[in-house]
Design a protein around this ligand. Structure first.
Ligand code: FIX
Ligand code: ZN
Length: 418
């Protein structure tokens, strides 16, 4: 590396363990919920949506195929028939490389053979060490019929995997969820009466304790408005925010996802829309005792989010989510955040759905973070402030999860109020 400052910053950023604050990974004790391996890497929905543009077979034929066959369709469309230049394709290559595999020397069969020879427990250790991960935050949904029974049965937790309570169905599909909650024994009605809101709070409190949740999370469509005369606004005001205050939980909002834009693509069929951030402004202003973790999917929302965060210390921007998780946008968004917020935000989460993906997601993100930080340190040096290694270490630790942990700690209830 020709630039000595870039070399110093890169070394420190690579050596700093990261708390991965939002993933779709699971505790190893939850068995098959924790995905890994070459077929899972290839059927990742990011790749399926790209492959759907290039595959020779119609999408219905793809969905009817076995997972291995689906992986073969994706491999052929994106790696054999075309060059793997997209960020998601590059991710597969980086992942294999970091596992010591030269992708061009293998076909899918031999890659499967390599994975089949791995011991699952040792593989998890290896991936976490190589990615230099301190912890992985899961996305845990009591509404998920596959995940829920694993909590009902109970298991010994792996301390590296921490929990976050995900509540989308409660907020975005209240009428159906009310019926489901009644089946679970909650005394709720379709109308959001005081009794119903109290029952929802009891449900949230129960699950927060059961999974030892770090924060409570929802993803929201662009149409989300607050305050508003809607179920979702009433549930947030009357149940979620009081719950968060009572139980010391931050509330994470992932804003601007347009679900099922093309339902034929299933999970790969979600899109993006511009979120209305005046709703977020109103929430932050009306609830200074709540803490909001926020990421936006639309590039066009990023500047407004950063400006809002300058106004509200109870707002912590995080991550370059999904369609913004590309080198060009990570560079742009992270630069903007550093220039307007200093280090008081969390630049990235992996959103990994397959364990191995943390390898590429963090490798790619860390290298951009190092570049962007180097630019800022060089500019500070030109203005007369040379940073020391200890300061770079402090900043890297802050950006890779330390600042997030402190923000969460601020939401916790002081002992005297418990
Ligand atoms: O809502 C979310 O947590 C999103 O991250 C997912 O819905 C999405 O499928 C995803 O994996 C994006 O990275
Ligand atoms: Zn996610």
């Amino acid at each position: 590396m020709a630039d000595p400052l870039l070399a110093r910053v890169s070394r420190i950023v690579q050596a700093t363990p990261v708390h991965d604050i939002h993933t779709h990974l699971y505790d190893p004790a939850q068995g098959e919920l924790l995905l890994w391996g070459i077929d899972e890497l290839l059927v990742y929905h990011y790749l399926v949506s790209e492959a759907s543009r290039q595959m020779e077979v119609p999408i219905e034929r793809f969905w009817n195929a076995s997972k291995q066959e689906q992986a073969e369709f994706v491999w052929k469309a994106l790696f054999v028939d075309h060059s793997p230049v997209s960020e998601a394709c590059r991710g597969v290559i980086t992942t294999l490389n970091l596992l010591g595999i030269e992708p061009r020397k293998h076909d899918l069969e031999s890659l499967r053979g390599w994975y089949a020879a791995q011991n699952p427990d040792r593989f998890i250790d290896r991936v976490m060490q190589t990615a230099n991960l301190a912890s992985i935050c899961m996305t845990n949904s009591p509404f998920d019929p596959v995940e829920r029974p694993t909590w009902d049965r109970g298991f010994t937790r792996d301390p590296r995997f921490v929990a976050a309570l995900r509540i989308d169905p409660l907020l975005v599909a209240w009428p159906e969820t009310a019926g489901w909650l009644r089946e679970q024994g909650c005394a709720v009605t379709r109308e959001l009466t005081a009794q119903t809101l109290g029952e929802v709070r009891r449900f949230l409190a129960d699950w927060t304790a059961r999974i030892d949740s770090r924060y409570c999370m929802v993803s929201l469509p662009p149409s989300f408005a607050w305050p508003a005369d809607t179920d979702i606004a009433r549930l947030i005001e009357g149940a979620v925010l009081p719950h968060c205050r009572d139980h010391g939980q931050a509330f994470a909002l992932m804003m601007g996802v347009q679900r099922a834009v093309n339902p034929r693509l299933r999970m790969a069929g979600d899109g993006v829309g511009l979120a209305n951030l005046t709703a977020l402004q109103a929430l932050c202003a009306a609830h200074p005792d709540n803490r909001f973790l926020v990421t936006c999917l639309a590039r066009e929302n990023q500047h407004e989010l950063v400006v809002l965060a300058r106004k509200f210390p109870n707002l912590h921007p995080f991550g370059c989510w999904w369609f913004t998780n590309t080198p060009q946008l990570i560079r742009e968004i992270t630069t903007m955040r550093l220039e307007l917020l200093g280090t008081s935000f969390t630049p990235q989460h992996s959103d990994a759905r397959v364990l191995d993906q943390v390898l590429y997601k963090w490798h790619h993100s860390r290298s951009i973070l190092a570049e962007v930080l180097t630019d800022k340190y060089a500019a500070a040096a030109a203005a007369g402030w040379e940073v020391t290694d200890a300061e770079i270490q402090r900043d890297a630790a802050e950006l890779l999860g330390g600042g997030f942990e402190r923000f969460l700690a601020g939401a916790r209830i002081p002992a005297e109020r418990r």
